[in-house]
Design a protein around this ligand. Structure first.
Ligand code: WTA
Length: 650
């Protein structure tokens, strides 16, 4: 949880470059305001106009049915999501590159819209042969290869949901998610590459599958060619089944509210929640925001560096850009392999014009130094973006001056797995930017900063960020746990969507998102839950009790700090520290590996027995607790908010 820096609000606005504004979709703050007002006065009219971006088999006659907290958007319309991402572009420009894929080892593959369409049809037919039906949930556990996008679009084509599990998750995390989604089919690969090493995905999947007897078929892409264990009757090679299937698979119409995917994300408890998104509203708002926020044009080469295993990859590698008919760059590997200029090399090679990355990546590039950029031609860039965590003004300014050469607007986009698409962001040709602020809500989005009692906080004070009205790409529920959906998101400040973020509004109405008020930790933009890490820790034989907090990290934003007590018979040692870290990595994934483990005789607790996280956070951040523990109430404004919603000790 970041401590609030009162100076950030003093940042001066940076105007959009004149040349950019001249050609942009929205060209001035006045135009933005008019659009915003139009959407506010008549949301139904506004969204029904945007719905024309989609291809409908049956156009909807009704925009929204809102039975709080459940929304149904365009419910009597029918469409096919994969038709919207493929078929209609094949008809318009069959040879346009859809995916420009680059492997970590430098191998390249360009797929036109026709190629992607045919592969998707083959995969859709193959999934049907494996018994997948509309409404089933297929789990996908893959590296960043084109088959991942193909698999998602193939599920969408036949009305099956997908649940993509990030390839960095370990076996227990994968099996939990497969069980929760009741998947009968898993799509994976023999392995993937990361910094030249092979990540043995099939081996991890095999071990996860031991706990998932319900999974009947495993479709395996051959990526590395390494030898893998083979379960005859269960395992099927992609190149044998998919490549032999027909490249014709008619796109059937599905209702607008047909489920599209589940994406598991971390919340305040140890159990990940399956965020459910449906078809039309999600696809429409992804496509609309891609056009508005990235100002996407026919000729753009668009690169979002996220992994498709996270929501950013779902919405802004696959659905938003492909529904828009864009040319999308997809890269398999690490930003520093084989050299720290890999990203700049890719931008130069493909003449990338829109580059969307994370604040962590920007901070890493900045720390590596400017020399890596200077060797490469970045003149094709016209727009830069960031997402996933607050970006500090210094990193923003470096990004603007050194990567964008002062020519490129930066869109600092705020959104969440739950929101489906970007809700708060500058419009690049219209909104003056302030380094570190996601600026203003997009048209159609009513964002407020409130106290727990629903009152608006005055400018410059910290409150909870909420969204007031339903929007088309909002999550529909938590899969299998509607009660948690109501409780976590809609009942905290009754009737409003509770984001879990602390924020401030400045005098100009700009929103500054400061960090989470719950126990969600953002490490390098990856969303983790302290409870999930704690339950992994106590499953180690030596650990009696554990508490997980975060401390600020110069590059990754936050880092994980563990405090734990040991069971009798176990001694604190350097070896045990390493073993405990390894254990967390093997239960959740290497992204959850603690930066620091501290052994303690006791964990500080309140009289009612709750762990005093506030104290531990201070210890983790400052090295020691300053002063008397009874006078720590003012430790920071965010801490207070965390307490109020019951995530901290009294
Ligand atoms: C944080 C990622 C500040 C925020 C798309 C949110 C941000 C959480 C920004 C969602 C931003 C995302 N500025 N903070 N521009 N974008 N966040 O679900 O705390 O992985 O609640 O979705 O990331 O993370 P998630």
């Amino acid at each position: 949880m970041a401590e609030f820096d009162p100076h950030v609000l003093e940042e001066k606005a940076v105007l959009p470059p004149v040349e950019f504004s001249r050609h942009a979709r929205v060209r001035s703050l006045e135009e933005y305001r008019a659009l915003y007002q139009r959407a506010q006065e008549d949301p139904a009219g506004f969204w029904s106009e945007q719905a024309e971006l989609l291809h409908w088999f049956t156009p909807p006659t009704e925009v929204l049915v809102w039975n709080p907290p459940h929304a149904r958007w365009f419910h009597d319309g029918t469409l096919n999501v994969s038709y919207n991402c493929l078929d209609r572009h094949v008809q318009l420009h069959p040879k346009k590159p859809a995916l420009l894929w680059e492997a970590e080892d430098g191998k390249r593959l360009a797929l036109t819209y026709t190629d992607l369409y045919e592969k998707t049809c083959r995969c859709a037919n193959a999934l049907k042969k494996l018994g997948v039906k509309s409404g089933d949930c297929v789990t996908i556990y893959m590296p960043m290869i084109p088959e991942l996008a193909v698999a998602m679009l193939a599920c969408a084509r036949i009305g099956a949901m997908h649940s993509v599990v990030f390839g960095g998750f370990s076996a227990p995390a994968l099996s939990d998610r497969m069980l929760d989604a009741k998947s009968r089919v898993l799509i994976t690969a023999d392995g993937g590459y990361r910094r030249g090493r092979i990540i043995p995905l099939k081996e991890t999947a095999d071990s996860a599958l031991e706990k998932c007897p319900g999974v009947e078929k495993v479709l395996v892409v051959r990526r590395t060619g390494e030898k893998v264990n083979w379960n005859e009757g269960r395992d099927v090679w992609w190149h044998e089944l998919v490549d032999a299937s027909s490249s014709l698979a008619p796109a059937e119409p599905f209702p607008a509210e047909h489920p599209l995917f589940i994406l598991y994300t971390s919340g305040t408890t140890g159990k990940p929640k399956g965020v459910l998104h449906t078809s039309a509203g999600y696809l429409m708002q992804c496509m609309w925001s891609t056009r508005m926020v990235f100002d996407l044009r026919e000729e753009d080469v668009y690169w979002c560096t996220a992994d498709i295993g996270w929501v950013t990859g779902h919405s802004y590698i696959v659905y938003g850009p492909l529904a828009s008919g864009a040319t999308v760059v997809m890269y398999e590997g690490a930003p520093d392999y084989p050299g720290r200029d890999r990203f700049w090399q890719i931008i130069g090679r493909y003449k990338v014009s829109i580059f969307y990355s994370s604040a962590t990546a920007v901070r890493a590039f900045m720390s590596w130094g400017n020399a890596y950029l200077e060797k490469h031609d970045l003149s094709s860039l016209r727009l830069l973006g960031t997402v996933g965590e607050p970006i500090n003004p210094a990193a923003w300014k470096w990004y603007h001056a050194i990567v964008g050469k002062g020519r490129c607007p930066i869109v600092d986009t705020w959104w969440q797995t739950e929101t489906g698409s970007i809700l708060i962001s500058p419009l690049p040709g219209a909104t003056p930017a302030k380094a570190g602020s996601a600026t203003l809500p997009l048209p159609g989005v009513i964002a407020r900063v409130l106290r727990m009692n629903g009152e608006e906080v005055p400018p410059g004070e910290t409150g909870y960020l909420v969204i007031e009205q339903p929007w088309p790409s909002m999550m529909r529920t938590i899969y299998g746990d509607d009660e948690r959906y109501r409780r976590d998101y809609w009942n905290r400040i009754p009737g409003k969507y509770f984001t879990g973020d602390a924020a401030q509004r400045d005098q100009d109405g700009y929103i500054w998102v400061l960090g989470r008020v719950d126990d969600v930790i953002k490490v390098a933009g990856h969303r983790l839950s302290s409870m999930e890490i704690e339950s992994a820790l106590v499953s180690h034989a030596a650990v009696a009790e554990a508490a997980v907090v975060s401390r600020p990290d110069d590059i990754k934003g936050e880092a994980i700090v563990v405090f734990c007590t040991l069971r009798s018979g176990h001694e604190a040692s350097e070896e045990l520290r390493v073993l405990v870290c390894e254990h967390v990595a093997s239960v959740i994934g290497t992204i959850a590996r603690p930066a620091e483990v501290r052994f303690a005789d006791l964990l500080p607790k309140t009289r009612s027995g709750k762990i005093m996280r506030r104290l531990l956070r201070e210890l983790a951040q400052k090295g020691s607790v300053s002063g008397d523990t009874t006078t720590l109430e003012d430790f920071s404004s965010i801490e207070k908010l965390a307490q109020e919603i019951g995530h901290d000790e009294e």
